[in-house]
Ligand binder design. Structure first.
Ligand code: HEM
Ligand code: HEM
Length: 159
């Protein structure tokens, strides 16, 4: 099993914790729920990486076949889940900017802004890969952008 299952699971629990804490502390909560919805869609798509590396390393042929079938079923939704994550995060950022202003000296806002730019390029690289050029260079870029997105979301959760 890939280490990414563990890392994604830990980030998921941490996000749930932050969201529960945020909801209990605020009178308006739509911005927090939008952030959480965008996060869920991102982590769902990013788990594709955990599934693919498990398929590559699994000893048992049975496990490899089961995971490959599952990932084939999910494949048509991947592009729309990723694109929806971007749209929902833009809404999250817009509501936040409306509430607190676009104040980049606030670390929460700065790290969220950087994560959104990363997500935008990640989604663009996905569409480029699907429609124009599926070569290995773009594949590597798509995965690296997924890793940097994971790190930026961790940093966004710290502040
Ligand atoms: C323009 C981009 C973004 C800005 C300005 C931003 C800003 C913020 C701020 C200020 C909060 C705290 C809300 C509060 O306590 O009242 C917050 C919460 C949250 N954000 Fe973002 N964010 C952005 C992008 C993102 C991205 C890319 C993700 C993940 C995919 C994300 C996920 C969350 C989650 C789950 C919360 C609620 C839990 C927590 O407070 O950690 N945000 N965001
Ligand atoms: C939240 C955003 C996204 C994340 C985290 C993400 C992540 C991933 C991961 C981890 C893989 C498997 C990596 C591998 O090839 O070994 C993958 C494959 C792929 N992604 Fe994305 N992706 C996102 C958005 C998109 C979007 C919007 C598209 C648009 C078409 C897209 C197109 C593709 C394609 C064509 C593949 C290869 C075929 C497949 O395995 O389904 N991705 N993505």
């Amino acid at each position: 099993m890939s280490i990414w299952f563990l890392l994604n699971g830990m980030l998921f629990i941490w996000a749930v914790w932050n969201v529960a804490f945020g909801l209990s502390n605020h009178s308006s909560y739509i911005h927090i729920l939008l952030g959480f919805a965008g996060f869920l869609l991102f982590i769902f798509n990013w788990t594709r990486n955990a599934v693919f590396s498990t398929i590559r390393n699994a000893e048992s042929r049975q496990t490899r076949i089961r995971l490959a079938k599952m990932s084939k079923r999910i494949r048509p939704y991947h592009r729309w889940v990723g694109t929806s994550a971007l749209i929902i995060i833009i809404l999250h950022g817009s509501v936040i900017t409306h509430l607190y202003g676009f104040n980049l000296t606030n670390m929460k806002i700065l790290t969220g802004f950087l994560a959104s730019i990363n997500l935008f390029i990640l989604v663009l690289s996905g569409w480029y890969r699907l429609l124009i050029d599926p070569r290995s260079r773009i594949r590597k870029l798509h995965i690296r952008l997924g890793i940097s997105m994971f790190i930026l979301v961790v940093i966004h959760s710290i502040f």
